[in-house]
Design a protein. Structure first.
Length: 239
């Protein structure tokens, strides 16, 4: 099963001491999760105060550090609207990126998603688009870049595991019914992380794991690091 490691998101080291935050930490964690069995790595660039940013200089610092130690790694980042003041600034910042990630994620729950997705594709980055609820799916299906995605991310917002799995499957069915053939990836948050990993394996889809989504192993114990979470997925889905 194809597995993405999402190594930090907005999680702080107060929540877990081994969350990678600095460029050097993200680079080291990239090496570790790839060695543990991840296929690609997704990170959020972090500011000194713990925030998140998509500023070109900050992104370039992280990408330079990662590629210095893992030049063959396939790595991507967010275009999340929470990293800036709004759609216009986001578009300007992504347009100004001078060191490019291999792929970038665009959430169709956000204003300006279609334009940002088009920009990602035009700048020759690999595009992955995300939906959080069924309400996001029409915008995705209407987007000019629909068939340019390397994968569609399904990120249900339901907190109940059974409801989250049902929502993910309903969104996947609607996307497939529209003729979308690219891979689909499920991922959850907190209590829905492992149910959605299992559902992805059952449904033949891709999955995501990492401290962005949750810090616990399948047995409920705290994972020591991101690599342990990746190994747990590989053990869970072996065979």
């Amino acid at each position: 099963m194809f597995l993405k490691a999402a190594v930090n998101g907005g999680r702080s080291q107060a929540e877990h001491p081994t969350v990678p935050v600095t460029a050097a930490e993200i680079a080291a964690d990239t090496l570790a999760v790839l060695a543990a069995g991840a296929d690609v790595v997704h990170f959020h660039v972090r500011t000194p105060d713990g925030g998140q940013t998509i500023r070109p200089d900050a992104l370039a610092e992280v990408l330079t550090a990662v590629r210095a130690v893992a030049p063959e790694a396939v790595v991507g980042t967010t275009t999340g609207l929470w990293t800036c003041s709004g759609p216009e600034e986001r578009y300007a910042l992504v347009a100004a990126w001078d060191v490019l990630p291999d792929f970038a994620s665009v959430a169709f729950s956000e204003q300006g998603a279609a334009e940002t997705a088009q920009l990602v594709w035009e700048r020759e980055m690999v595009l992955e688009s995300a939906v959080w609820t069924m309400d996001d799916v029409p915008a995705l299906l209407a987007s000019p870049t629909l068939h340019d995605n390397v994968r569609i991310l399904i990120e249900p917002v339901e907190e109940d595991p059974a409801e989250a799995v049902a929502a993910a499957r309903a969104m996947a069915a609607r996307i497939r019914a529209a003729g979308v053939q690219c891979p689909i990836l499920y991922h959850g948050e907190g209590p829905t992380v492992w149910p959605l990993v299992r559902a992805a394996a059952e449904d033949g889809h891709q999955a995501r794991i990492g401290f962005e989504d949750g810090t616990d192993l399948p047995d409920g114990s705290a994972a020591p690091d991101n690599a342990a979470l990746v190994r747990a997925v590989r053990e869970l889905t072996a065979g």
